[in-house]
Design a protein. Sequence first.
Length: 228
Amino acid sequence: MENYQALREEIVSSAQELTRKGYLMATGGNVSVRASDKSGFAITPSNYDYMKMKPADVCVLDMDLNILAGERKPSVEAGMHCAIYLARPDVNVIVHTHQVYASTLTLIQAPIPALFDEQARFLGRSVEIIPYAPSGTGFLSSTVAKYVRGHNNAFLMQNHGTLVFGTNMERAIHNVEILEKCSLAYLIALCSEKKVTRIPAAIREIALIKLKKDQQRVIKGEPHNSSE
Ligand SMILES: [Zn+2]
């Protein structure tokens, strides 16, 4: 596998950025990044303060969940991250958060339809609910792996939190931010008890074509234009 240090530094800086922005709280949630040779991934350690975290605290695992580096215990959700990487060759970064507004939608089991152009462009056709399964279990990993197939980059985990994907870290953090904006807007719209309108289906499908193109480029190892 490539240089562990670069992967570990990326995890620390991104976990701290997500904490500063309020998407990760206390020790909740986790972040992983896949090695570019696809042989494994780096992930935040279990139950450890993100703002105290140093690159040496970050765990590096292979795709059989053997620990290659890191003195701390990996996140209990390492198995879930691994299952997602195996199911989604286009995904190189996974962020799992307990962010408040998206988590609220998981309580009322409200999947988010295509409400905004940028949502369809970056998160996919809709944000679906993944049924409840206890944290850190093989049951959660297998349930999640089944639901994340396809092209969507954000999911709501029932009575738990979110799962957000990206082809790279910048895109994954951007997707976390889009998800929270959509969640808050949708919650307020639902509270109004008025009809919630969606973007036209044709626009949604055009956005999805662009998203799929990005994903194909990543699978083929081509650079993708993030400004598109
Ligand atoms: Zn969690």
